[in-house]
Design a protein around this ligand. Structure first.
Ligand SMILES: Cc1cc2nc3c(=O)[nH]c(=O)nc-3n(C[C@H](O)[C@H](O)[C@H](O)COP(=O)(O)OP(=O)(O)OC[C@H]3O[C@@H](n4cnc5c(N)ncnc54)[C@H](O)[C@@H]3O)c2cc1C
Length: 425
């Protein structure tokens, strides 16, 4: 095994939804930044995980997340040759949710291209193994095939989705006994939709469930949507994987196995039982199951459901968190809860991104310090990216001023993100 030494200002652990934006912001603001990413590309759940639907850039009132997230999204749409919809015209106030769709290959490549331009050092196929505080810097050991990298850095942002760095350091985490199911994403194509009769299909689906040909969770939205929705949706399925714990390799392996077994079962059912699907093909599956929640950091503040639903106007707010509560469960499937008023735009406070009692480390993404119900709203991709941009800015300001990131004023963080195109908070 080769040992490699590296010295940077900032290590971003995990180049996923939050991490790729954090790294871009930090590097563009002038600090030397590396990304240690266990997977194969930038974007995490939104690319490699197949959840290619970032929401929300806009509320019906106006922009809520712009900045680097919006820049990458619009650049990728331009390459696809697709127009940007006017989101303000999309939905009535009582149901303001909408999805933007990214093209995974184009988005992942664009994010990488921008990282290259900004000077971000990318280390794929490496995972965080050990982190030690050494006076005013960190010594980080990451392992990859044939490689042991020892990085010296002033700041770390934990964007691993499972609080890996926070857990390595023995800092507090929040993890509930009952967690939302994970999901395995795949797509069955070639459905001849004109052959599909909604009511007939629903009966065939219900009979298959009764006979045990399909299992609960194979179609995750049975409580709220007809089975034909899934077929009409281009065969893109977000199959539930109950009790998925992707926070270590064993749990990840179990979730992948279960997800793929569910995928195969669904494909066999669809092609053998549904008129119009005889010639359907299973062409796209994503490499691994993804989690909605595992370990969150216990921060200097824990965002409550009430904070989210009443849009508490925190003094140290660093970004918007506009979304509905999107709560999945084994019992019910998927429930969504909207805000009462369209002018309620929830916020994320800086304290919820600082692990309790820590210094020179922040977190971003779905590991934000929040109660479970609040997380069901905050975990949306645009908010994760906005948190990433804010923590990239905090790290850059900290390194330049020679102080720990936790000492940076939230207003300064917001000002720097706005300089880099972010929406006002
Ligand atoms: C099934 C599902 C459907 C969803 N639907 C939507 C939706 O429609 N719209 C929406 O906006 N949001 C949706 N979400 C929520 C959203 O996708 C996630 O909350 C968000 O992507 C999480 O971002 P993150 O940066 O925290 O984690 P991730 O994007 O998962 O990134 C974590 C990264 O860290 C890496 N990593 C992990 N551990 C290590 C380690 N030890 N060392 C190095 N790297 C490591 C991983 O490889 C990964 O790339 C959905 C989530 C799920 C699971």
């Amino acid at each position: 095994m080769r040992t490699i030494k590296e010295s940077v200002d900032l290590v971003v652990a995990g180049g996923g939804t939050a991490g790729h934006v954090a790294a871009l912001q930090a590097a563009r603001a002038g600090i030397k930044t590396s990304v240690i990413e266990a997977g194969t590309m930038l974007g995490g759940t939104m690319t490699a995980g197949g959840v290619y639907m970032p929401n929300h850039f806009f509320s019906t009132e106006g922009p809520v997340v712009l900045g680097i997230a919006w820049e990458l999204y619009t650049k990728s749409k331009k390459i696809e040759g697709l127009p940007i919809p006017d989101y303000r015209k999309r939905r009535p106030a009582e149901s303001p949710g909408y999805y933007s769709y990214i093209n995974v290959p184009i988005y992942a490549a664009i994010a990488e291209e921008e990282a290259g331009k900004a000077g971000v050092i990318l280390h794929y196929h490496e995972f965080m193994d050990d982190v030690k505080a050494m006076g005013n810097y960190w010594e980080i050991t990451s392992l990859g095939r044939g490689i042991k990298r020892i990085t010296r850095a002033k700041e770390i942002i934990d964007c691993t989705g499972d609080s890996d760095v926070v857990r390595i350091l023995g800092l507090g985490v929040l993890c509930d006994e009952v967690r939302q199911p994970g999901t395995y994403q795949y797509k069955i194509e070639g459905i001849e939709y004109e052959q599909i009769w909604e009511k007939e299909i629903q009966t065939i689906y219900e009979e298959a469930m009764e006979k045990g040909i399909l299992k609960k969770g194979d179609f995750a939205y049975a409580n709220s949507l007809p089975f034909s929705y899934y077929l009409a949706h281009g065969g893109h399925n977000a199959t539930h994987v109950y009790d998925a714990d992707t926070s270590d390799a064993e749990g990840q392996t179990r979730a992948n196995l279960e997800g793929r077994a569910r995928m195969l079962r669904m494909f066999k059912f669809v092609t053998s039982s549904i008129p119009g699907c005889e010639r359907a093909v299973l062409k796209t599956m994503y490499s691994h199951a993804v989690a909605r929640e595992t370990y969150r950091a216990e921060g200097e503040y824990i965002i409550t459901k009430d904070d989210f639903m009443t849009a508490t106007d925190f003094k140290d707010k660093i970004c918007n968190a506009f979304n509905y509560l999107d709560m999945h469960s084994r019992e019910k499937g998927c429930d969504v809860y909207f805000h009462d008023r369209k002018d309620l735009i929830p916020k994320v406070p800086f304290r919820a991104l600082i692990p309790k009692g820590s210094s020179r480390i922040t977190v971003a993404g779905r590991i934000v310090s929040a109660e479970r119900m609040a997380l069901a709203g905050i975990r949306a991709q645009c908010t994760c990216m906005a948190m990433g941009q804010a923590m990239g800015a905090a790290a850059a300001l900290a390194v330049k001023r020679g102080v720990p990131s936790r000492e940076i004023d939230a207003a300064d963080i917001v000002a720097l993100t706005i300089e880099h195109g972010a929406a006002t908070v």
